[in-house]
Ligand binder design. Structure first.
Ligand code: NCD
Length: 365
C-alpha cells in the first residue's frame, strides 16, 4: 500500500462477475516486457525519508510477522501485485534461475507446500521437496538443526513447517541461507497472514478501518496469531475474536495487541458482531493440537457458517469470508458460490504472495 495515490486496478471483475475491488498496491509494469528482471519503483514512507527497493530483503529470514515493518509489508504486497501479473501473463519469470528452494514439511500440508513449490518454479527456480520426513534421516533421530544444516548445502532458501512453536527460530540460528516459517506449531504462519492481508485489500480495496471478525480455534490457530499482529500496522482496524471459552486467543498475544494499541473485543457468539463485520475470517478447530478426541468433539462444531446464518444475522452484501483452509465442518459447501466467499480466491493469492516473498529474500526483487 504505497503512500502515493497512483494506483491501478488489477482486474475489473471476479469470476463471479462481482466488481473486484480493487486498487492494486502499485502501478503495475507490463510483466510480458520484463521477463528476467524488473525494477519496481521503491516503496516510500510518507516522510519520503525511507525507501524500500530491489535487494532490500536479500538474505533475510521470515520467521514472524514481527520481522516486518509497515513499509516492508507494503513492499511485499507491491511485489505480489507484480507476481499476479506474471502468473496471469507469461506464467513465469527467470528471477530465481539457478536457485533451489528446499521445502521441508514435518506436518501435513497441501496449499502451503504446493504453493511454495509452484512459486519457486514460476520464478524460474527449482525445488527440493522433503515432504515425507518419515523417509528422511529425521526417522533416524536427526535433529532439526542437523537437517537444515544438511539442506542448506544443497539449496538457496528453505521453507520449513514444523509442529513445535519456535522451531523456525531454532533452525534459523544454525543457518546461513534465508528461512521461511511455513507454520511452527501453534506459533505463527507469517506467509499465510500476508496472503490473507493481500486478499482483504484486493477484495475490499482497503485494510484501514475494516472490522475483521476471526472465529473458531483462536487458541491453536497460528494463522490468526500472525494475522492479528499484522493488522496492527493499519489504521482503525477493529478485530472481533469469536471462540468458545476454551479456544480463546492466548493472553500473551492479547497483551501484545493491547500494547500496540489494537482495537479488539472478545465474544462467544457471532450474534452481535456479524452485522458490522467486513471480513469474516473462519478457522478450523485444530484437531491435531488436542490431547483427546473427547476434548475435540466437545468444541469441534462450535461455529458452522451457513447461508442461513448469514441471512439470520444480517451479514452485509460487501462481507468477505476468508479461511486459510483446509475446512472441516465450519464452512458449509453451500457458501462456495456466494460471491462473498473469497476463500478460493485467497488460496490462489498464496502463489502470488509466496513468489514475492521468495524473490525478495533471495534479493531478486
Ligand atoms: C493452516 C495451517 O496450516 O495453519 N493451513 C494453511 O496453511 N493453509 C490452517 C489450518 O491448518 O487449519
Amino acid at each position: 500500500m504505497p503512500s502515493s495515490p497512483a494506483t491501478t486496478s488489477i482486474a475489473a471483475h471476479t469470476s463471479h462477475g462481482l466488481p473486484r475491488a480493487t486498487q492494486a498496491f502499485c502501478p503495475i509494469p507490463d510483466a510480458s516486457k520484463a521477463p528476467s528482471s524488473f525494477l519496481l519503483a521503491p516503496v516510500t514512507g510518507s516522510d519520503g525519508a525511507h525507501a524500500i527497493g530491489s535487494g532490500h530483503f536479500r538474505g533475510r529470514n521470515l520467521l514472524s510477522v514481527d520481522d516486518l515493518s509497515r513499509l516492508e509489508i507494503d513492499r511485499l504486497m507491491q511485489v505480489a501485485d507484480y507476481m499476479a501479473t506474471v502468473v496471469a501473463g507469461p506464467g513465469s519469470v527467470d528471477l530465481a534461475k539457478g536457485c533451489i528452494l528446499a521445502a521441508l514439511f514435518y506436518e501435513p500440508s497441501t496449499r502451503t507446500s504446493a504453493s511454495f513449490q509452484a512459486a519457486m518454479l514460476r520464478l524460474g527456480g527449482q525445488v527440493l521437496s522433503i515432504g515425507d520426513v518419515a523417509s528422511s534421516s529425521v526417522a533416524k533421530g536427526e535433529t532439526l538443526e542437523d537437517t537444515v544444516r544438511c539442506l542448506q548445502c544443497y539449496s538457496n532458501i528453505i521453507a520449513l513447517r514444523h509442529p513445535e512453536k519456535g522451531a523456525a527460530a531454532r533452525a534459523a540460528k544454525v543457518m546461513g541461507i534465508p528461512l521461511i516459517n511455513a507454520g511452527d506449531g501453534i506459533g505463527e504462519h507469517p506467509t499465510q497472514a500476508l496472503l490473507d492481508l493481500y486478499t482483504m485489500h484486493g477484495e475490499l480495496g482497503r485494510v484501514d478501518g475494516l472490522v475483521v471478525t476471526m472465529v473458531g480455534d483462536l487458541k491453536n490457530g497460528r494463522t490468526v496469531h500472525s494475522l492479528s499482529k499484522l493488522l496492527t500496522h493499519f489504521q482503525g482496524v477493529h478485530m472481533r475474536f469469536v471462540a468458545p471459552d476454551s479456544l480463546r486467543m492466548p493472553e500473551a498475544l492479547l497483551d501484545t495487541l493491547q500494547q500496540r494499541g489494537a482495537k479488539f473485543s472478545q465474544h462467544s457468539s457471532l450474534d452481535d458482531v456479524l452485522k458490522e463485520t467486513d471480513v469474516l475470517y473462519v478457522t478450523r478447530v485444530q484437531k491435531e493440537r488436542f490431547s483427546s478426541d473427547a476434548e475435540y468433539d466437545a468444541v469441534k462444531d462450535s461455529f458452522v457458517i451457513t447461508p442461513a446464518l448469514l441471512t439470520r444475522l444480517g451479514a452485509r452484501d460487501c462481507l468477505r469470508i476468508l479461511h486459510p483452509l483446509p475446512r472441516v465442518n465450519e464452512l458449509a459447501p453451500e457458501l462456495d458460490d456466494d460471491p462473498r466467499s473469497a476463500y478460493f480466491r485467497q488460496m490462489k493469492h498464496g502463489l502470488h504472495v509466496r513468489m514475492a516473498i521468495i524473490a525478495c529474500l533471495l534479493g531478486k526483487a
